[in-house]
Design a protein around this ligand. Structure first.
Ligand SMILES: Nc1nc2c(c(=O)[nH]1)N[C@H]1C(S)=C(S)[C@@H](COP(=O)(O)O)O[C@H]1N2
Ligand SMILES: [Mo]
Length: 197
């Protein structure tokens, strides 16, 4: 059965597919719990913690620079999908809109539905990370995190928070949903940082 949905990467893709990963056919949906139904008019992104409090509406975030991305996606459950095409807003294009306290070193991402995940600020505020609203030229489907999700290509995909609605800036590390439940605090796929020991 697995062979129908996954294939072993050939040698030409060895530098693209991290150890222990297989290529997925299609784009699997991986959600803990139900898919929240959030429309653009109701969506917002709230900044809390060690930063000036602020809430962005859909229009406000869409007014920021828009960028096309092609990025690989690695789920810790061992499937990877290469060259996913997205459109969205770079995290580093949002950051100048924020007044973040110099003491902030980490973030907790909050989502509609209650999911959370944590990142070091260095892993979050990178130009290759983005808030995605479009997948393969279509509005991001609800199951994949629409109307807006984060994508963090350099870490396992549980860091890529779907239905994102908050960024909390912190002065020390904290644990999100999967991190509290045994997953690695950082989750770097090339180092196979799957579980915390
Ligand atoms: N809010 C929220 N974000 C989430 C998840 C979730 O359950 N809830 N699952 C994570 C996991 S484990 C993965 S692999 C990816 C899956 O994204 P996809 O469903 O678009 O493939 O979303 C991540 N973001
Ligand atoms: Mo995942």
């Amino acid at each position: 059965m697995a062979g129908k949905y996954f294939q072993k990467p050939g040698p030409e893709l060895a530098d693209r597919v991290p150890p222990g990963q297989h290529l997925a056919k299609g784009f699997p949906v991986l959600t803990y719990g139900d898919t929240p139904q959030v429309n653009q008019a109701d969506w917002s992104l709230t900044i809390t913690g060690l930063a000036a409090p602020k809430t962005f509406t859909w229009e406000e975030i869409m007014a920021l620079p828009q960028t096309d991305f092609t990025a690989d996606f690695h789920c810790v459950t061992t499937w990877s999908k290469l060259d996913v095409t997205w459109r969205g807003i770079r995290v580093t294009d949002l950051m100048p809109q924020l007044e973040v306290d110099a003491a902030a070193t980490h973030v907790m991402l909050h989502c509609y539905g209650g999911y959370t995940t944590n990142l070091a600020l260095d892993d979050f505020a990178r130009p290759e990370n983005f808030f995605a609203h479009t997948l393969d030229g279509e509005p991001l489907p609800p199951d994949h995190g629409g109307p807006m999700r984060l994508v963090v290509p350099h870490l396992y995909a549980w860091k890529s928070a779907k239905w994102i609605n908050g960024i909390e800036f912190l002065a020390k590390p904290a644990l999100g949903f999967w991190e509290r439940n045994g997953y690695h605090h950082r989750g770097e796929p090339w180092a196979e940082e799957r579980y915390s020991s």
